[in-house]
Write a protein that binds this ligand. Sequence first.
Ligand code: PLP
Length: 432
Amino acid sequence: MSTESTLTTQEVVDITRTTNYGTWRFQKGWNPMHIVDAKDCTITDAAGKTYLDFSSQLMCMNLGHKNEAVIASIAKQAQDLAYAMPGYATTARAELSKLLLEVLPKGLNKFFFTTSGTDANEAAFKIARMYTGKTKIIARYRSYHGSTSGSIAATGDPRRWAMEPRGKQQGVIFAPEVNCFRCPIKHTYPQCGIACADYLEHMIRNESDVAAVLVEPIVGTNGVLVPPDEYMPKLRKICDEYGVLLIADEVMTGWGRTGKWFAMEHWGVTPDILTTAKGITSAYVPLGLCATSEKIGDFFQDHYFAHGHTYEAHPMTLAPGTATINEMKRLNLVERAADFAPYVQERLEAIKAKHPSVGDVRGKGLFWAVDLVKNRTTREPFNTYADKVSGKPLLVDQIAGKCLAEGVIIQAWVSHFVIAPPLIVTKEELDH
Ligand code: PLP
């Protein structure tokens, strides 16, 4: 039976617009582009116009579109075994687990498979609380950790506000973000001696019942905030000293995006728990992972981990994970992201030199932000979240709109935009 749609583009757009929530955008003005095709770093709309995708959609399509090995893995798994309850052993799970032991930071060898980054974080919170017998999670302002009740409560950006005060019941407290461009505690690196880590230690000391510290190793959505090199080792030491677990949310920073398999490797720090999703299957299917140390895993040999999903360790999500890792290795994509970094930086610095509204460019690998300012000396952001909520036109949206007209998609967020192309991007595409 044919699965070809008989809908016109107008019908596709109208049905989508009138029956779905237009997340991120104000619903009223939502007029979604109808994407009909995609290949490698390029997507095509219904009018036949092509766009170079410099956002990897949501920083997730690291292999680009139409990767044949991943597509074949999905077809084969559907034919072999579409679904089995999580309590069974499957070849798909064993194959992926074997590869994960190879690419994850050493020592993380117990896996809980989910279907998104959000629920990988939910699993992490529950594991941390059950394992330590403590309740509080210290997260950081400007972080993003997902959209369900627990993960949005741990999110340090304004998206959580709509859920508060209910979100607060989750026992999350917030530390200042690590942002050397606009330090929230008004220090200057390196004279600060990494005062933001000291501040966090002060919080642990003055709070009882802290189970874990939760960090995005490089804050993604809220500005590609790269911590100074001393921060993660210092944080690891503090967590060890106080018996607090360190959770690294590598949903966005994992899978080669920053020029390492996982961003924590930049600082030689292994977290107790690592969560990830997105690039794990290059977004061909929805898969998330919560990986923990053996010690934490062992605890649950004798304790019932009261958690699980129907779609946990779903074979259809695991097989493409294996294919994705194999493709990343075959194409040397982690090294490729690292090798391109100086070139991307050089080109973005050139933009900064030309445009007074660019205050900062920062990033690692193929993960960069361009930060827009009103004034380079004060570093005041060009726009604020309040501007966005009030519907004021944002400079960053104008820039993204111009790029779109020129056939390039970039990710715009309040007062910065992100350059994060698929890791298969070519130099010619970067130049364009
Ligand atoms: N954590 C981080 C750092 C993210 O960037 C995201 C999504 O963008 C999430 C968690 C949530 O992941 P998902 O959208 O797969 O639920």
